[in-house]
Design a protein around this ligand. Structure first.
Ligand SMILES: Cc1cc2nc3c(=O)[nH]c(=O)nc-3n(C[C@H](O)[C@H](O)[C@H](O)COP(=O)(O)OP(=O)(O)OC[C@H]3O[C@@H](n4cnc5c(N)ncnc54)[C@H](O)[C@@H]3O)c2cc1C
Length: 364
């Protein structure tokens, strides 16, 4: 019998499995397809290591704690797997192209200045000095020097590998139901078999709410379409209110992304890609000459208030939700895994995460 079953080997499930296995817990990681099959493969890997204006304190904690954890986490992962996950800590430039873009950028400045986090206002000339290939019609922007990007697919695969090296057992099987008796989870059902466990961690991304026996959980898919073009006209992550560019070391630029409530439809569409392309070209018209390398779509796990579900369900205290990280699951994975480990160990949490409670007041 496994001490802990983790459902889903996206970045969240794989990160939890690694940390739990390292702590000496017997872990079974159940993945219906393959590690990094879901949103964790579709992401663009931007690590927004800054305070987000108006974010709930528990959400902010996940982001800022992950910022502290990331460098050592990646170094430890490289030591364990023998492979270094591509990571670039060059900062992010957020641009205004219209007067209407300023209030959001001003709020971003204020939120980070209030916490003493690095943030700089940049005039149009400064933006163009930093990134000469930007559209000269820009009005100015905000530079967030601590932001970074990581290769999210390589990272998720490395986490799954590290989890197995630490003793976790990865099985390719689809979980069909959570099984329970007497107000506690007894394990899960998969391929007609009962898998027994003391704890179950629900990390199946936007599919978490589809598994039978899971208490009401308003995690829904929100599609994101993105594309890649050859060349690197910009060196930093650059965002506008319509999209963003992520320059990769492989001499390509990723352009993202749509935000579409279309259910579980993972198709790429001409309309979606046209929107992404227009956003990219607005930021840097020089992208127009880059060869088109490909396009993809993924389903982000979204919640009504934008916060992930992290913690035990009131009705089933040994079922821990770790889903719903929406647009920042790559960013928030290390802190999420840390919290799941503390919950399984029954130790006190360093931060109040009641705002992430999976059955929080007023939303189910
Ligand atoms: C276009 C796009 C761009 C993004 N950009 C960023 C970004 O720049 N930065 C950032 O931080 N985040 C970004 N995100 C969001 C990020 O991808 C997600 O928040 C994160 O990947 C969620 O991880 P997860 O492990 O919860 O879900 P997933 O990666 O979807 O993993 C869930 C896993 O569970 C498995 N599964 C599902 N059902 C079952 C079952 N019944 N039994 C067994 N296994 C099951 C699936 O096969 C899948 O492997 C982006 C997302 C998209 C789509």
């Amino acid at each position: 019998m496994a001490d802990v079953i983790v459902i889903g080997a996206g970045i969240i499930g794989a990160a939890c499995a690694w940390r739990l296995a390292q702590a000496g817990v017997r872990v079974t990681l159940l993945e219906r397809t393959a590690p990094a099959a879901g949103a964790s493969q579709a992401a663009l890997g931007v690590l927004q290591f800054h305070a987000m204006p108006g974010a709930h304190p528990a959400y902010q904690h996940l982001s800022l704690r992950s910022r502290e954890l990331y460098p050592a986490w990646l170094a430890e992962l490289a030591e364990t797997t023998g492979e270094r996950v591509p990571y670039f800590a060059g900062g992010q430039l957020k641009l205004a192209f219209a007067e209407a873009d300023w209030p959001e950028l001003e709020a971003l400045l204020a939120a980070n200045e209030a916490l003493g986090l690095p943030v700089e206002r940049a005039g149009a000339d400064e933006c163009l000095l930093l990134e000469p290939a930007l559209n000269p019609t820009l009005l100015g922007g905000v530079f967030l020097p601590a932001d970074a990007w990581v290769d999210n697919t390589a990272l998720t695969l490395a986490l799954a590998k590290a989890a197995q090296r630490a003793g976790a057992c990865l099985e390719r099987v689809a979980v069909t139901a959570i099984e329970q008796a007497g107000g506690r989870v007894t394990g899960v059902r998969a391929a007609g078999q009962h898998y027994a466990a003391d704890w179950v961690v629900l990390a199946a991304g936007c599919w978490s709410s589809q598994i039978a026996g899971v208490p009401a959980l308003p995690v829904q898919p929100v599609r994101g379409q993105a594309l890649a073009v050859a060349g690197r006209p910009v060196r930093h992550v650059v965002a506008s209110s319509h999209g963003y560019l992520v320059p990769k070391t492989t001499e390509q630029t990723l352009v993202g992304a749509t935000v579409e409530a279309v259910g579980y439809d993972e198709a790429t569409t001409l309309g979606g890609l046209a929107q992404v392309a227009a956003a990219g070209l607005e930021i840097s018209p020089r992208l127009a000459g880059g060869a088109f390398l490909g396009a993809w779509a993924g389903l982000r796990p979204a919640t009504p208030d934008g916060r992930p579900c992290l913690g035990p369900f009131a009705a089933l205290p040994n079922l821990i939700a770790a889903a719903g990280h929406f647009r920042n699951g790559i960013l928030q994975a290390p802190a999420t895994a840390e919290i799941v480990c503390v919950l399984v160990a029954g130790a006190p949490l360093a931060a109040d995460i009641s705002g992430l409670n999976p059955d929080r007041e007023g939303w189910v």
